[in-house]
Write a protein that binds this ligand. Sequence first.
Ligand code: F6P
Length: 343
Amino acid sequence: MRIGVLTGGGDCPGLNAVIRAIVRRGIDGHGHAIIGFRDGWRGPLENAYEELTIESTRGILPRGGTILRSSRTNPFKRDDGPERVREHMETLNLNGLIAIGGEDTLGAAARLNGDHGLPVIGVPKTIDNDLGGTDMTFGFDTAVQIATDAIDRLHTTAESHNRVMIVEVMGRHAGWIALYSGLAGGADVILIPERPFDIDEVCRLIRRRHSRGRFFSIVVVAEGALPKEGSMETVAAEEDEFGHARLGGIGQRLEQEIESRTGYESRATVLGHIQRGGTPTAFDRVLATRLGVAAIDAANEGKWGVMPALRGTRIELVALSEAVADLRTVAPEDYAAAEVFFG
Ligand code: F6P
């Protein structure tokens, strides 16, 4: 068989581990050829590719980013997008395509398979951990570790200077990174997109800490967190090809609001893409490798329209359509454990 592979959307620690697993298992285990498309969906749209070999994918397991590079190209926003993907897959004699990505990349993969009959398999990735169908995505564990390290470091300055430190982490629709790093780092307030926050309540919690003799606080906020309507102004942002706003800025707004309302010196730190950079944790390397092996095994059996997913401790195949139907967001009971430590 000849199988294409691409990485789409934001990069994520562990992408190279998936590519390596697909190549190693595909070539050594099944005798297939693996074609790597460049820059996400731009690759099959514009026929930009290279053949991947065991040699060309050596040494990439611990490397962050993606050797195939990535983009936020949406094939459904390009003229004749699905037809061009089909045409280039035919020119290259491909039997199928493995798309490694998050909600947008896999959403496009599900439509190309469901509506256009293209033989596509998805592999779930995103540091946000918000994909349905799987208990966890690779990249999340690394992002949480990076954010926790940052919170630990900010703690020392917060305590030395009696400051409120606001740490803005990623998480567009789901607050998993904020919740986990906040729990691990001992945050005093955690704000997530799933629960619009009340700025008065945030300030009350911080004041309560002061009244108990703790003169510093750590607030962890997901970039997608929003104040309750009318309670605080926010900034509008531009959108990408999938209609997602370019987020960032809530940390800065909280810094101003908290300082002006409480009088306590406040400072915001935006972790941004640092959370997506560098080497994946051992957990993410293992998960990514297992998903890559399962994806190429599914392709070998001609099982298209599926996605290997982590269910409990096992890797199982689920329908791509199921995986992109609903986002996995933070439930009230997940948040409750963090609230115990607020204020
Ligand atoms: O979806 C992953 C993610 O890291 C989000 O948390 C974030 O909103 C977005 O990507 C940022 O993307 P970009 O790389 O385009 O700034």
